[in-house]
Design a protein around this ligand. Structure first.
Ligand code: SF4
Length: 419
């Protein structure tokens, strides 16, 4: 006689901290276990009348063996496998397009619940000393509300936050892409041979991760958890444009590497390039960054990565470099200079290689480790700043922006005719 599965309550389960953990996959009306932290999953198992340690077993199946079908989770009892199949699912976001570049870069466009599109890019290091490093740049929101003036994602406006499942699902799919057969199917995969190939994660794709705080932290917990991906905390980086209060929360909640999208060495210029600077100016941003690296676990020496996009004639002079040196005094930092990738109607150009070299020299002579990011994946529009390429324009901000550029061009043409 078969045992009837224990009915699952319609009320969301809650963790000890009182967080709701019920995440329903709307298409299947089932609870999606992808993206639940170990604590959330243990609460879920308790709720359905099972031992919380089942959470560890299921997490290992999902993230270490790439299994999404409960029937294949052979160390669970048959009745539990049936119960989970009836009420739960493990559903990564749907891949709408994938493009693989000749240089090894891979890009996915995901269609997430509600039809929104987000992009994810995997960039393999081409340096033989990099030990096969593969870095995945993950999105945290659909679009972005912060509207940095050099960023194509910002031009499409903000649509919605991603769930933890949609965030960690990007990593799951990227790892799975190395295990598929010639038909890009996982059906014949021997899961006992599963290997996770992504070695590094940067929360640096579409969106400002600190404005989608809880799902981002949950996803990063899974990246770090030994039962899930087990990445070292130095290999998981959160990049923020400077949501200062959340930087203090982050320092309390999770230990990951921090990057700051700085892009300007003074408030006047940063207000223009990164408008959130008007709310949280550089003095507050630098104090929060110093707190993050110096005050938390001071025996564990950390640094912040400073991201600085090189915009021709805007932020790339010797004077700007000297200002940057002064600004970063007392903050252990490595500086990553990013040659700007122009996108259609972008109001900026890329600094010349000579200019980038001269800028970099000033920083190096001042004692900073300074690298220049290599542009990768050009053939698939995957280079940084092009993430928005084919993503639908849902908020119309991009259309409005392009219209205003066309109007400005028309009016400038009119003026020159008048002259
Ligand atoms: S640079 Fe980052 S924070 Fe700024 S608009 Fe683009 S995605 Fe948003």
């Amino acid at each position: 006689m078969s045992t009837a599965p224990t009915p699952v309550s319609s009320q969301p389960a809650r963790t000890a901290k009182g967080e709701s953990i019920r995440i329903v996959d709307e298409a299947q009306a089932k609870t999606n276990l992808l993206g639940m932290t170990p604590e959330q999953l243990a609460a879920y198992f308790k709720e359905i009348g099972e031992k919380p340690f089942r959470a560890t077993q299921v997490i290992k199946w999902i993230y270490q063996y790439g299994v999404t079908d409960f029937a294949q989770m052979t160390n669970l009892s048959k009745s539990l496998r049936e119960k989970l199949s009836a009420h739960a699912c493990v559903t990564p976001p749907k891949v709408l397009h994938r493009k693989y570049s000749d240089d090894g870069t891979r890009k996915w466009i995901f269609e997430v619940t509600g039809g929104s599109l987000v992009e994810t890019v995997l960039i393999p290091a081409d340096d033989s000393k990099a030990n096969g490093r593969k870095t995945l740049c993950i999105s945290s929101q659909v679009g972005c509300a912060l509207d940095c003036s050099f960023c194509s994602t910002g031009k499409q406006g903000f649509e919605r936050d991603l769930s933890a499942a949609e965030i960690i699902g990007q990593l799951w799919v990227a790892n799975a892409s190395y295990m598929t057969d010639e038909n890009e199917s996982l059906e014949r995969v021997d899961h006992s041979e599963w290997q996770n190939n992504v070695t590094n994660v940067v929360m640096m794709g579409m969106g400002e991760p600190l404005l989608n705080y809880k799902p981002v932290v949950s996803a990063m917990e899974l990246m770090l958890s030994d039962h899930a991906y087990g990445l070292s905390k130095r290999r998981v980086t959160l990049s923020t444009s400077g949501v200062v209060p959340k930087m203090y929360d982050l320092a309390k909640d999770i230990d990951v590497a921090l990057a700051i999208s700085l892009h300007a060495p003074n408030d006047a210029l940063r207000n223009e390039l990164v408008p959130i600077n008007k709310k949280y100016p550089l003095s507050e941003l630098m104090a929060a960054a110093k707190h993050y690296v110096n005050d938390i676990n001071p025996r564990h020496k950390k640094h912040v990565t400073i991201e600085y996009v090189m915009l021709e004639g805007v932020n790339d002079s010797d004077q700007h470099a000297h200002e940057l040196v002064a600004l970063l005094e007392g903050l252990p930092s490595k500086i990553n200079l990013i040659p700007f990738n122009p996108f259609p109607h972008a109001p900026y150009g890329r600094s010349s290689n000579n200019r980038i070299h001269a800028f970099s020299n000033i920083l190096s002579q001042a004692g900073f480790v300074c690298t220049v990011r290599q542009t990768r994946g050009d053939d698939i529009d995957a280079a940084c700043g092009q993430l928005v390429g084919q993503v639908a324009d849902r908020t119309r901000r991009q259309a409005t922006w392009q219209k205003s550029i066309a109007e400005r061009q028309q009016s400038a043409a009119g003026e020159s005719v008048a002259e």
